[in-house]
Design a binder for this molecule. Structure first.
Ligand SMILES: [Zn+2]
Length: 259
């Protein structure tokens, strides 16, 4: 005699505050008490949200492992208070920049698939880092992100050339190429040697090739970026990229590190 014969399936109409009517199935426990199934739509939502949480946990583990390997934090502690909410958007230009950054963060899945490159171009102190870090903080909620000055990036790779380095050059390049979002600040400052510039282009090219989104912060204008990146990279950028000109003066009494 099977269990299905001793425990007859009962049904009754259930009603969910959010999803309306559904058919609830009842199972009698030893004839003492009947357990009724809840709303199937709610149960499905719960499964999806459990799965999202599991994935977010996995990504934050990945972020921690990456930071440990590179002996760096994805976003320096002193920058972690940068949000969209505390960005002061008191002109049309700033409101537009804020909107572009918000949209980019909200549609990050698409940008991640397309490998979008974003350029924030403007003088120091105009809020480029603030908005880029706000984006990165949101990305870190469900993925991995890192913020680096171009020179620090170059130094990180160059340090692996020392004989006592714990990491190899290829492993650092791998980390920089595979982090979900890479923000590189101070693009276009003077580099020591051509070799150092090659490192930066190596990272940029790998990310472009693998369709990994990157945000570049620079005080160069379009002409300067074209010279710096070269015509081909610049054209690529113009086709699929997002360019925001931060063409206002720096914040009065700005925080120095908010450049
Ligand atoms: Zn429901």
């Amino acid at each position: 005699m099977g269990a299905s014969e001793t425990v007859p399936q009962q049904t009754r109409a259930g009603n969910c505050d959010r999803h309306g009517e559904y058919e609830s199935k009842g199972m009698s426990l030893l004839g003492l008490r009947t357990i009724w199934t809840g709303c199937p739509a709610c149960a499905q939502e719960q499964r999806v949200s459990d799965e999202e949480k599991r994935r977010a946990d996995e990504e934050s583990d990945r972020q921690r492992r990456m930071e440990r390997r590179l002996s760096t934090s994805g976003i320096p502690l002193r920058f972690r208070d940068r949000t969209f909410e505390n960005y002061v958007a008191d002109t049309d230009g700033k409101r537009n920049a804020l909107q572009v950054a918000r949209d980019f963060a909200a549609n990050f899945d698409n940008h991640s698939r397309d490998g979008t490159t974003v350029v924030f171009s403007g003088k120091p102190g105009t809020g480029k880092s603030h908005l880029a870090i706000a984006v990165a903080m949101i990305v870190m909620g469900s993925g991995t992100a890192m913020y680096l000055n171009a020179l620090d990036l170059v130094r990180m790779v160059r340090d692996t050339w020392r004989r006592d380095s714990e990491m190899t050059e290829s492993s650092v390049l791998h980390e920089l190429s595979t982090v979900g979002l890479l923000v590189i600040d101070e693009i276009g400052v003077q580099y020591g040697t051509d070799g150092e510039q090659v490192i930066l282009f190596d990272v940029l090219n790998r990310r472009y090739r693998d369709l990994m989104p990157t945000i570049l912060l620079t005080n160069l204008g379009a002409k300067g970026m074209k010279e710096f990146l070269g015509e081909r990279s610049f054209d690529r950028l113009r086709e699929g990229g997002i360019w925001v000109a931060f063409d206002w003066d720096s914040y009065r009494g700005s925080k120095k590190d908010a450049a």
